[in-house]
Unconditional design. Structure first.
Length: 418
């Protein structure tokens, strides 16, 4: 069992290059299935979710290797459309493979992604969209069987909610049709634009990502491509929150400030001094953040649900009151009871959390999910004394060597094995 040992209230300072985005690299690796050749994906972070994705690719018949920060995927030998249950369980987002496998092979079999730490995470929007594209899908003993007997056919798809995963799955499947597909009500997250760029590099013709209407024109000319994954805006938000809470100075490079505008607004209102340039964010904090106007999570360009926990931890260690409203996932406050063990004053009612800033104290706490775990690390950096944060497998899903990056900013953090 490993855990982080963290001694808090040390000023953080330094410069950090932000890792590649988890939510970008996963669909991009799935998209490699579309290619009959060898794709090179650069700036690929070292995450357990990436390891699981590479295992899925190997299971489907791809040759995969890592060279420094690049992953090279040769999908010429794709021979099976089946993803085993243990990999589906490990990473719910593996459902994103469905569209890519259908486009390449015309049939797929995956186990149904099960229950989850953020509340129910249905995939009805994914399946509805794939059916509209001509897929036949049925469930037998928890296994989803998918076929496209008449091939995939382009059409107009209206998503009733801008689901990130359903938008990506639909884009991937639509690449396997010879007609035009229009996705109305698409998610607008920057990671979708990154996927569009990769698909176009492969030879697909995709336009509109970043807006709520995306058009995919089928093409038979899918080839191979190289791509550099965009920076992870949620990891950036995590480091900004850490330095905001502990105090100090941070220079984040390789990150687009525009993708983080709602988070930067909160940090500024909380009392941080910010300076941004094209690919750079600088933050200075006295380590005692003020309460801010209500933080309401919403689809992009709104405040990201993935940044809710880390920003909450930073404000909980400050002063003054902030109301949080979680509008994307039903149970995304599991970190709150762990933060309370460190002295955080947070009252929960349904989707609302009222946070009253208070000095935090050290404690032994457990990560409850990926971003919730990162929130506990931030609280420990801000707390008096030495804390332990356990269940690191959650954090390792999305942070590339978090402890090394934070040590580089002078944080007292160590990974230990009990
Ligand atoms: C992606 C991100 C995740 C982020 C989320 C919201 C990846 C790998 N993960 O997850 O980090 O928190 O976007 O920004 O990119 N929903 C349905 N039916 C569906 C699909 C979704 O009801 O078929 C609901 C979900 O239960 C949730 C909401 O829609 O309440 C948003 O989900 P979605 O945008 O699909 O998130 P993911 O793609 O799963």
């Amino acid at each position: 069992m490993s855990f982080f040992e963290i001694t808090g209230r040390r000023r953080l300072s330094g410069r950090l290059a932000v890792q590649g985005a988890k939510n970008s690299v996963l669909p991009i690796l799935a998209a490699c299935i579309l290619s009959p050749g060898e794709c090179v994906i650069r700036n690929c972070p070292d995450l357990s979710d990436v390891t699981a994705t590479l295992q899925i690719l190997r299971g489907l018949g791809c040759k995969v290797r890592r060279e420094a920060d690049a992953v090279i995927v040769d999908a010429s030998g794709v021979n099976g459309g089946e993803i085993p249950e243990h990999l589906m369980r490990e990473m719910r987002s593996s459902v994103i493979f469905l569209g890519a496998i259908l486009a390449r092979l015309g049939q797929a079999q995956i186990s149904y992604p099960g229950g989850c730490e953020l509340g129910p995470r249905p995939i009805d929007l994914h399946l509805d969209a794939l059916r509209r594209l001509g897929a036949q899908i049925w469930e037998e003993d928890g296994v989803l069987h998918c076929r496209t007997p008449g091939g995939l056919r382009g059409c107009r798809i209206h998503l009733p909610f801008p689901s990130v995963g359903a938008t990506e799955n639909t884009m991937l499947a639509a690449c396997g049709s010879q007609q035009t597909t229009t996705i109305v009500g698409a998610a607008r997250e920057p990671e979708i634009e990154d996927l569009q760029n990769f698909l176009n590099a492969l030879g697909a013709r995709v336009t509109g990502a970043g807006s709520d209407v995306i058009t995919v024109q089928g093409s038979t000319r899918i080839g191979a491509a190289e791509h550099t994954v965009m920076a992870d805006r949620i990891v950036a938000a995590t480091y900004l929150s850490a330095v905001g809470a502990a105090g100090g100075e941070l220079e984040l490079t390789g990150v687009c400030p525009e993708h983080l505008s709602t988070v930067l607004d909160v940090m500024e209102e909380a009392g941080c001094v910010l300076h941004t340039e094209k690919d750079l964010i600088c933050l200075r904090s006295n380590g005692r953040l003020n309460g801010v106007r209500p933080v309401r999570t919403a689809p992009y360009p709104g405040f990201p649900t993935d940044a809710q926990a880390v920003v909450m931890a930073a404000l909980a260690s400050g002063q003054g009151e902030t109301v949080f409203e979680e509008n994307i996932f039903r149970s995304r406050y599991r970190h709150v009871s762990e933060l309370a063990r460190m002295g955080a004053d947070i009252r929960l009612t349904g989707r609302t959390a009222v946070v009253r800033g208070a000095p935090l104290r050290s404690a032994h706490v457990c990560s409850t999910d990926l971003r919730g775990g990162a929130a506990l690390v931030i609280a420990a950096l801000a707390a008096e004394g030495t804390s332990r944060v356990g269940e690191l497998h959650h954090i390792d899903r999305g942070y590339d060597h978090l402890e090394l990056k934070l040590s580089g900013l002078d944080a007292a953090i160590e990974r230990k094995h009990a």
